[in-house]
Write a protein that binds this ligand. Structure first.
Ligand code: GAZ
Length: 271
């Protein structure tokens, strides 16, 4: 009793959204975050709460009721802790936010399809499709916020929704050599992305952490799945990512072993 609980995977972009929103409100400690290891089967007590569904985050209210889907949880937290508001209270402005956040699914999916790809012949098409997603965002930003940095005066609802994916897409930079070209059609979204990435309320993960933990995605295995020849997922909590080396970038030519990724400690390293 007392506080809501969020069951989450620490590096999951959908749960970072919730942490950003709470940070903006100074309410990070009003919610109890409980870490679930994505590389292990979900515990029975959790499956009982979720009626068998495995996707996280899930919020359990202080009265034991269950809320699923990060955007739904985000809205719930926004209404539970209304001060300060993160979403725009004005109906039109809020509709503009919704038009932008409506595109987050396609944007996020494209980035994951790109990083998960294993066929070098598909890279150019995937790169073009990713750029198209950024161009769509750029267009909306130019229409509704041509001169600003954020969509509105400050880091708000749309920024909370997108920033976790701007951060995850560091993996595209590292494993695919992807970046936004210096072209007019990306200028506005580039400025937006830069402002989002450095905001103090959005620093729950680092570039190094993303790149190390998402190595297996770059090799085609999502959601903590195990790759052939490996005994440990790059999402494993131990050894800590800080003590692991940077993974090789040449995903189309080479598959790193557990040892090369620093996932197994050899006998002489043990204290
Ligand atoms: N729509 C849900 C929400 O809450 O917004 C999505 C939640 C979700 O996908 N959670 C993932 C999960 O719990 C972890 S984060 N998976 C384990 C399970 O058992 O379901 C994103 C992608 C993607 C692949 C992975 C992810 C990701 O595309 O970050 O696209 C956006 C998973 C192939």
């Amino acid at each position: 009793m007392g506080q809501p609980t969020i069951y989450h995977i620490p590096v999951c972009p959908f749960s970072q959204r919730l942490e950003i929103l709470l940070s903006l409100k100074g309410k990070r400690d009003a919610v109890n975050f409980k870490v679930i290891d994505i590389t292990q089967p979900r515990p029975d007590w959790l499956l009982a709460k979720t009626q068998g569904s495995t996707a996280l985050p899930v919020l359990e209210t202080e009265r034991g009721r269950i809320i699923k889907e990060s955007m739904v949880i985000l809205r719930y937290l926004e209404t539970c802790y209304p001060d300060p508001k993160v979403a725009q209270p004005d109906p039109y402005r809020h509709a503009v936010e919704d038009m932008l956040t409506h595109m987050e699914g396609a944007f996020a999916t494209q980035g994951y399809v790109f990083v998960l790809n294993q066929d070098a012949d598909k890279r150019d098409d995937l790169r073009a499709a990713m750029l198209e997603q950024y161009a769509r965002l750029n267009k909306l930003l130019v229409e509704h916020s041509p001169d600003g940095l954020y969509l509105f005066e400050r880091f708000g609802w749309a920024e909370t929704v997108y920033t976790p994916f701007f951060m995850r897409f560091w993996f595209l930079e590292y494993y695919e050599g992807f970046d936004l070209p210096d072209q007019e059609r990306f200028h506005r979204v580039r400025a937006w992305r830069e402002a989002c990435l450095v905001h103090p309320a959005a620093q729950q993960v680092t570039r190094e952490q993303i790149i190390k933990l998402y190595y297996d995605y770059a090799k085609g295995a999502g959601n903590g799945a195990l790759l052939p020849g490996r005994t440990k997922s790059s999402f494993a909590f131990e050894p800590d990512w800080r003590r692991r080396p940077w993974p090789p970038q040449n995903k189309y030519e080479y598959s790193a072993t557990d040892a090369e990724l620093g996932l197994v400690t050899s006998e002489q390293d043990k204290p």
